[in-house]
Design a protein around this ligand. Structure first.
Ligand code: ADP
Ligand code: 5GP
Length: 185
């Protein structure tokens, strides 16, 4: 059986990665979305084991020490990481796996999985990004400020990625991502 593909989706917080992925997975349930572990507190409506596995810092560092994470990073005051075992298992079984992760993690994956396809999602402007972060209504002012602070650094790294997609019109961005993922190479 052919090995599955590893796909990395990165972009500043609030750009619409989660929204794009929800639509993509409805249309393409064959993709496996990796569930990350995080020390961040759950937002309203987030379900443990579905959106993230919510863990303590101690549990997180234990996973790092045991080599259980494929990549990990600290972002805006919290730790995030990709559990290794489910991703490797899905790829071995021939399924394509999507990681929705920030820049430092995407750079680690480039080292460990150079064959991964890496997509960067850009906002139409920083002003629109701020509107989306506020419109989501889920983060404190402090959390929004930290996310905006990171955004420019992340956007500056967009050219490191294989593909750049501007999430202006949602349907257009989705169809671009679909084209990239579903066109045989
Ligand atoms: P991320 O997962 O990148 O942090 P989200 O998917 O949570 O971002 O999206 C942040 C906010 O932006 C949400 O309120 C979402 O509904 C909105 N959004 C996403 N894509 C678009 C778009 N193309 N146009 C306008 N609003 C969008
Ligand atoms: P949020 O707190 O908004 O859910 O996520 C903040 C940032 O962490 C986002 O850019 C998201 O892509 C990233 N992220 C989520 N899971 C992981 C992960 O497992 N590893 C890394 N490196 N980043 C992650």
């Amino acid at each position: 059986m052919a090995k599955g593909k590893l796909i990395v989706l990165t972009g500043p917080s609030g750009v619409g990665k989660g929204t794009l992925l929800r639509s993509l997975l409805k249309r393409h349930p064959e993709f496996f979305l990796s569930v990350s572990v995080t020390t961040r507190k759950p937002r309203v409506g987030e379900i443990n084991g579905k959106h993230y596995e919510f863990v303590t810092r101690q549990q997180f560092y234990q996973m790092v020490e045991s080599g259980d994470l494929l990549e990990w990073a600290e972002f805006a005051g919290n730790c995030y990481g990709t559990p290794r075992q489910p991703v490797e298992q899905q790829i071995r079984q021939g399924n394509s796996v999507i990681l929705e992760i920030e820049l430092a993690g995407a750079r680690q994956i480039r080292q460990t999985f150079p064959e991964a396809l890496r997509i960067f999602v850009l906002p139409p402007s920083l002003e629109e990004l701020e509107l989306r972060l506020r419109g989501r209504g889920q983060d404190s002012e402090e959390a929004i400020a930290r996310r905006l602070q990171h955004a420019q650094t992340e956007i500056d790294a967009a050219s490191e990625f294989d593909v750049q997609v501007i999430n202006d019109d949602l349907a257009n961005a989705l169809s671009r991502i679909e084209d990239v993922l579903c066109t045989p190479v």
